[in-house]
Design a protein around this ligand. Structure first.
Ligand code: GUN
Length: 299
């Protein structure tokens, strides 16, 4: 059998970003609406600073307004909740993202609960989880949205396929299960207590690994021809004192068996900011009662 097609997340993210830019232009011209995204960073975690800077840059590139708030590491929960209340009330802010993780004096659940669900571009609020579960219009977490678009690159129609998701987190596994159900897949969520994980994985036409365990999924777990989406981003030592990023899938083994596979890096990672921008535009349209521009209709 031939090697798997590599699904290029970077290229797909660039196409989504271009569609967002076109949609934002249309909203400005037709409705005088410029979507605004606020990102709040508490503390100085270097990885978080890089993410936040990239989010701000891409927001501006898409033609939207970016509002960045950098609060000190010793910020109290009360002060952060006050900041969120002001952003909830600000009419030019349509999306709010509080970068996680937060310093330990702040309870992340209370922070997420405080964000107006209609501005919750992370889709982490319990109201959005509920809306997604019952099939109502919702803001949906970005990583699962990206996973579905990547899977659709390999198979335009996912209807009737067996989907197995390894990982049951609230931000990836569970919302992704809802999205794949909406695509009419037969969905299994496997996790650390699943019996005979390799056998369960082997059923999958679409296999998603989202557990944060480097190279957990081996080549012989994969059904020949399956579409494999690797959400893992794990830093591993290479022996010469350096580190590199690997996914939750043993890529070299998997690509000899799978039909299509996302690489790490360059697969799911680049899609998340693109989907965040999409969510910001959706949030702005929902708040103003405007139909989503055509360019974003099937995202
Ligand atoms: N930290 C790492 N990824 C994310 C994300 O998607 N959203 C938020 N809010 N924080 C993060």
């Amino acid at each position: 059998m031939s090697e798997a097609t590599i699904i290029d997340g970077k290229a797909l993210a660039a196409r989504v970003q271009e569609r967002v830019r076109a949609a934002v232009e249309e909203l400005r011209e037709r409705h005088g609406l410029v979507p605004g995204l606020a990102v709040v960073l508490v503390g100085d975690d270097p990885a978080s600073r890089v993410y936040v800077r990239n989010k701000g840059r891409r927001t501006v590139e898409a033609g939207m307004k970016s509002f960045e708030y950098h609060l000190p590491a010793d910020t109290t929960e009360e002060a952060l909740l006050e900041r969120i209340a002001r952003l909830n009330a600000a009419s030019e802010v349509h999306g709010i993202l509080v970068q996680l993780p937060l310093p330990e004096q702040i309870n992340p659940q209370r922070v997420i609960d405080a964000i107006d669900p209609d501005k919750d571009v992370d889709g982490f609020h319990v109201i959005n989880a509920g809306r997604l579960a019952v099939g109502r219009p919702a803001l949906v977490p970005c990583t699962p949205l990206g996973c579905v678009l990547l899977a659709r690159q390999a198979r335009a129609d996912l209807e009737g396929l067996e989907a197995v998701i390894i990982g049951r987190s609230n931000i990836v596994g569970k919302p992704l299960a809802q999205l794949l159900l909406r695509e009419n897949c037969t969905v299994t969520i496997a996790h650390s207590r699943t019996r005979d994980l390799p056998r369960v994985a082997h059923r999958a036409d679409v296999l998603v690994a989202a557990v944060g365990r480097p190279r957990l999924v081996r080549g012989d777990w994969i059904k020949p021809g399956a579409t494999v989406i690797d959400v893992g981003i794990n830093r591993v030592e290479t022996g010469d004192g350096k580190a590199r990023l690997v996914g939750d899938v043993a890529f070299d083994e998997a690509k000899a068996v799978a039909g299509a596979i996302t690489p790490v890096p360059g697969g799911v990672g680049p899609m998340t900011i693109a989907m965040l921008l999409t969510n910001a535009v959706k949030a702005a349209c929902m708040q103003r009662g405007i139909a989503l521009p055509r360019a974003l209709e099937d995202l």
